[in-house]
Design a protein around this ligand. Structure first.
Ligand SMILES: [Zn+2]
Length: 206
């Protein structure tokens, strides 16, 4: 039954290997330093760090597979920006947006991404960029083209944020999930002072 399914889906015999790409995103410390921070599989969700490391080990030691390591840089809670002059999102930019968004950006949808959409339509001057681009499922992408919908995107506090205004006037916001890796903490001066005071209270002799 599994062989039949593969043949029907791929159109080629089951004994002929079909290429399948799996996008595994993890922090560098998870990959190389044994950090327990979960990794994520684009379109699926988080997986345990140990499983992710085993997948990488299997991919790089199996001659039949081709593993590519691509570095993604994060600043605050956001991945880097990219932009293109073309109407269609170039492959690398589309893969970048799908990696950033994981699933459809419509609030409460969570369906797999099928389209990389211009939040501000391209025919209306919307740029082909990481900020204006968002991952959408087919249903939500077609629905948002109906009259009365307004969609805008921004990068706020380092996170890519989309605001949807529905035909009835309701506002919904959707924020791209943070990439794997420990959150970058900002310690304000007052926070440092409070911590020092608490330490002094615990250890009066010091
Ligand atoms: Zn959707």
């Amino acid at each position: 039954m599994a062989d039949t399914l593969v043949e029907r889906v791929t159109g080629s015999p089951a004994e002929v290997a079909s290429p399948v790409a799996v996008h595994l995103v993890m922090a560098d410390r998870t990959a190389f330093a044994g950090d327990p921070e979960p990794a994520t599989v684009t379109g699926y969700g988080p997986i345990p760090a140990e499983i992710a490391r085993r997948m990488v080990a299997a991919a790089v030691t199996d001659r039949r597979s081709a593993a590519t390591l691509r570095r993604l840089y994060r600043r605050g809670g956001a991945l880097i920006a990219m932009e293109s002059r073309a109407r269609r999102f170039p492959k690398v930019l589309a893969a970048f947006i799908a990696t950033r968004d994981h699933t459809c950006r419509t609030p409460y949808c969570d369906a797999p991404i099928r389209h990389i959409d211009h939040a501000h339509p391209h025919h209306d001057g919307g740029p082909t960029s990481a900020v204006n681009g968002q991952g959408m499922c087919e249903c939500c992408n077609y629905a948002k083209e109906a009259s009365g919908w307004q969609v805008s995107t921004t990068v706020e506090s380092g996170s890519h944020t989309t605001e949807f205004v529905t035909p009835t006037g309701a506002h919904y916001r959707s924020t791209a999930p943070p990439p794997p890796g420990a959150p970058q903490l900002t310690v304000a001066t007052i926070g440092t002072r409070v911590r020092v005071d608490v330490d002094a209270m615990r250890c009066p002799a010091a």
